[in-house]
Design a binder for this molecule. Structure first.
Ligand code: ZN
Length: 328
């Protein structure tokens, strides 16, 4: 299947979570591992190079919290006298423009960083933020994955071991509450979902919920089986997200269609996302139970009803079918 949407931006403009979308070659077949590797290595370099020139977008929310969009995953920034707190670190190449952006919010020094999970497009900036003065808090599996090289099989790509400054300085296993800048942050581990290291971050007083890559608004999500993700965990996380938010909660997805207002989402949209995951999982599971191979399952087009809304950007319907098939 070809990537066919007018909304499809250049691969150069997006994050590694989505880089796998390039896994379908221009003639519409699955690439051999070597081809995928070449594609992915290009993309990792392209992300670093191109992120340096991509425009960042700031969305001021409430309670001194702002979202920065355009540096890999969506970054939330809380300002205040205890120092700025970041949720996710983005791509290192955007460092000067992230600094310009957050300096425009306040002059508070950067003191705190929370990673929603280990993936490159959420932790690449860990090193510079740590050198800037940020302590890094994350789930223990993020710590584990950032201590050594990581291979993501669906990209056939190996990420080298990051420098020590990028490694979280504090970890937790299940839940943690943090009080900073007169805000109460509740951190909660999902279990296996997009990876085995995903957490949500709730800003209680402001009623803002960052759910990392358990939620991509507007297109099919990547699922990283190599480091513990799976479709059933994604569905469980989607249910947990719905249960965690109210009708006034501002929801920050890990990713959204670039430049779209969907950098800020809500409970109703979380429910639409959950329903999509559940419906496609059931269709793919039925096909697999009937003994269909991966290629036969893709040929049966189990995502058709959802492709117009979800399959127009980066993760193609064929690739998403494969990611679901792997887990049912
Ligand atoms: Zn991710």
């Amino acid at each position: 299947m070809r990537l066919r949407s007018p909304r499809l931006l250049s691969r150069r403009g997006f994050c590694t979570c989505c880089a796998v979308a390039a896994g379908v070659t221009s003639n519409g077949r699955w690439p051999k591992p070597a081809e995928a590797y070449a594609e992915a290595s290009n993309i990792v370099d392209l992300i670093r190079d191109s992120a340096a020139t991509m425009p960042l977008q700031l969305h001021k929310l409430r309670g001194d919290i702002t979202v920065i969009e355009g540096s890999g995953g969506n970054i939330a920034v809380l300002t205040g006298a205890d120092g700025k707190l970041f949720v996710d670190a983005g791509i290192t190449a955007t460092r000067p423009r992230i600094l310009d952006a957050v300096n425009s919010l306040s002059r508070d020094p950067i003191k705190h960083l929370i990673n929603t999970h280990w993936h490159f497009d959420h932790t690449d900036g860990n090193q510079w933020l740590n050198e800037q003065g940020a302590a890094i808090l994350a789930h223990e599996n993020t710590h584990k994955h950032l201590l050594s090289a990581q291979t993501v099989d669906d990209w056939d790509f190996k990420f080298p071991s990051p420098p020590l400054a990028a490694v979280p300085t504090e970890v937790f296993s299940s839940e943690k509450t943090v009080s900073i800048n007169r805000a109460t942050l509740n951190l909660k581990y999902y279990g296996r979902a997009h990876t085995d290291s995903d957490i949500s971050v709730t800003f209680s007083e402001a009623d803002i919920f960052h759910c990392g890559d358990t939620y991509w608004n507007g297109f099919y999500p990547f699922i990283d089986y190599s480091t513990g993700g799976n479709i059933d965990g994604m569905i469980k996380a989607a249910e947990a997200n719905i249960a965690a938010v109210g009708s006034n909660t501002i929801v920050i997805p890990g990713h959204n269609l670039p430049g779209h207002a969907s950098a800020v989402s809500n409970k109703a949209e979380l429910m639409v996302f959950r329903d999509m995951l559940v419906a496609i999982r059931e269709k793919v599971a039925t096909l697999r139970r009937q003994g269909r191979s991966l290629d036969e399952t893709i040929a049966a087009k189990p995502t058709t009803a959802f492709d117009a809304e979800w399959g127009q950007f980066l993760i193609t319907p064929d690739l998403f079918t494969k990611l679901v098939y792997e887990g049912v």
